[in-house]
Ligand binder design. Structure first.
Ligand code: VGL
Ligand code: ZN
Length: 190
């Protein structure tokens, strides 16, 4: 089996609002949970959950001129992790999009590349060299996080079967990731 002692699993935005019934539901989003839980039980050095965590009048909301419906408001049920996501394996939580005037698709940096979430420093401090990503939404936050992971120097894998996108056809997103140096892996590779 692969040595995972310098590897981190990053669970991107697996939150109630991105699941069926949520405010910004990703089609079929709940179908990733089984594979995600299986991955999370592998002996990764760290299992990090990113959490979209917005103030009530966040700039990404349509009432503020943004693209999205109100979602993942800090402290609400929509921002919580679903009960079906096993909590025990998660070692760290990294919140993003926490400032009213900035959005952050990536778990590393906000969209104007100004503010860091601290994720890179956390990974470097743990001696991580390799990251494995899964979660929601493939075409927004998973893609942005994976591309930043490559930029930050990590060997970066995405597990497509444990991701779903807002656009239901994953092929464009997956091609873009591969072109930029991300490896696509099956869940059973770990
Ligand atoms: C996301 C839109 C707005 C995501 C977050 O997690 O992909 N998408 N906020
Ligand atoms: Zn958001």
């Amino acid at each position: 089996m692969t040595d995972l002692s310098r590897s981190a699993l990053i669970l991107v935005d697996i939150q109630n609002d991105f699941l069926p019934g949520g405010a910004l539901a990703v089609p079929d989003g709940d179908s990733i949970l089984k594979a995600v839980n299986t991955l999370a039980r592998r002996p990764f050095r760290a299992v990090i959950a990113t959490q979209d965590w917005h103030p009530p009048h966040h700039c990404s909301f349509s009432a503020q001129g943004g693209l999205w419906p109100v979602h993942c408001v800090a402290g609400t049920h929509g921002a919580d992790f679903p009960e079906a996501l096993l909590p025990e394996p998660v070692t760290h939580i990294v919140r993003k999009g926490i400032l009213q005037e900035r959005d952050s698709y990536s778990g590393f940096l906000d969209n104007d590349r100004a503010t860091s979430t601290g994720l890179d420093g956390l990974l470097k401090g743990l001696g991580i060299e390799h990251v494995v990503l899964c979660g929601l939404a493939l075409d927004y936050c998973v893609t942005a996080t994976a591309l930043d992971a490559v930029q930050c120097g990590y060997r970066t894998d995405v597990v497509p079967e444990a991701c779903r996108g807002i656009e239901s056809d994953p092929n464009d997103a997956l091609k873009k990731l591969e072109k930029q140096g991300v490896w696509l892996k099956n869940a059973n590779a770990f």
